[in-house]
Design a protein around this ligand. Structure first.
Ligand SMILES: *Cc1c(COP(=O)(O)O)cnc(C)c1O
Length: 224
């Protein structure tokens, strides 16, 4: 079923977004076993994203053949477990976190690829920079040793108001384009989950993060 879901998704996913950019599908693997994740990889998934450091670590050696993204809220004191193992940090939502990734990356002699998380819906429950603060955050983070800013990430509010969601995506895309014009490293706009990915892709996302659409409904009862 997982492999059927992956194949069905990959056949529905357009080759490119309306901006002519290739779309990267990241499987959101929270609560999923290594076997389930490996099945998805076997069916064509190339990139996976974890939300929790513990799960990232537990599954790290058991999962094979995919780029490892970190997509969840990240506590500063847990950054050390991810350094050198993370293909892309999607959820850099505050300066303190960025600085910790930077310092640890320099110490390890590497540069870490990050996205700046934008709280596009201005939601209390979500992390991220306000849209208006993001250009200044970009200025700082793009000049920080040990970091390479690759783009922006957002989670849309839960809503069925497509006009609103479209407008928020367009605002993200406009900022993304403005950064990209000046900085050749900018190449990812990570936006879109199982419920809203088509809208996000149509409005310029080039990286989507899907859990439920690949693995089915999550069951949190076995987790603490
Ligand atoms: C869980 C999660 C997703 C995927 O959510 P689905 O609705 O299951 O597709 C995407 N992004 C983040 C940050 C997540 O935590």
């Amino acid at each position: 079923m997982i492999s059927d879901n992956v194949r069905a998704l990959l056949s529905r996913l357009p080759e490119t977004n309306p901006f002519g950019e290739k779309i990267t599908l990241v499987a959101a693997t929270k609560t999923r076993t290594a076997d389930e994740i490996n099945e998805a990889i076997g069916a064509g998934i190339t990139d996976i994203g974890e939300n929790k450091v513990q799960e990232f670590r537990d599954k790290y050696d058991l999962v094979h053949g995919a780029n490892r993204h970190f997509i969840g809220h990240l506590q500063t004191n847990k950054v050390k477990y991810l350094i050198g193992k993370t293909y892309l940090y999607h959820s850099v939502d505050r300066d303190e976190l960025a600085q910790e990734i930077a310092v640890r990356s320099c110490r390890a002699g590497i540069v870490s690829d990050i996205l700046i998380q934008v709280n596009i819906g201005c939601e209390e429950s979500k992390g991220g920079y306000a849209l208006a603060e993001t250009p200044a955050a970009y200025e700082t983070l793009s000049r920080t040793q040990g970091l390479r800013v690759r783009g922006l990430m957002a989670m849309l509010p839960l809503s069925d108001d497509t006009a609103l969601l479209s407008r928020l995506c367009d605002e993200m895309r406009a900022l993304y384009d403005a950064l990209r014009e000046r900085d050749g490293n900018i190449s990812f706009l990570s936006m879109g989950m199982s419920g809203d990915w088509e809208l996000c892709v149509n409005h310029g996302a080039n990286m989507i993060r899907l859990g439920t659409a690949i693995f089915g409904q999550r069951d949190y009862s076995h987790h603490n």
